[in-house]
Design a protein around this ligand. Sequence first.
Ligand SMILES: [Zn+2]
Length: 218
Amino acid sequence: MNLQRVIERAVCRPVEIVLTNNRTSIISFRKERGRVVLRLQRLFADAPPEVLLEIAELIKRPSIKTPLVHDFFRRNQWRVRKKALVREKAEPEGKVYNLGRIFERINREYFSDRVDAVITWGKRSPKKAVRKRTLGSYNAETGTIRINPVLDCSRVPRYFVEYVVYHEMLHADIGISRRKNGRRAIHTREFRERERLFRDYRRAVQWERRARMSGFCP
Ligand SMILES: [Zn+2]
């Protein structure tokens, strides 16, 4: 993590960073056995270097004032609020599958718990042809994964729902970069390689092929 490297270099000792969703305590740290455990509100993962250097300075001299940190947080906290709002409206619990639990398990198993996203069932839209339906989506702006409710059905195997969730979590984890020609790179080679690491990848792809012909949950 770049954040960690910048702060470690500035304080000249190992730093363990824990990103939190805490909305009141935005920075706290303790020193233990030669290293620093730093708890940071998640927003700071995208903070510019001068803000990170001020955090490093604070670790070295806890009595200093931190105007850059506070200014950065003030200008960006609407993101925290927006996310909290999205989280409140999310409906992860379906009739058959609880997306929250699936998300947590996959996050632990494949992502060391680092994916920070809200997951919810989408709204039902009966009109679209089954073959063209989007099964999942990830909105990077709000950090929301939406799963198509056609999958909330006992005839859809659990491993397939997990596969779709895993795919969207990969989007959240990898992010969307730009190619040299300026177009968005979504399913990059790295993405496809990591997608194949999913335990039931082959089964899931085969199941999807058949299901798209016959309808997911007729
Ligand atoms: Zn995708």
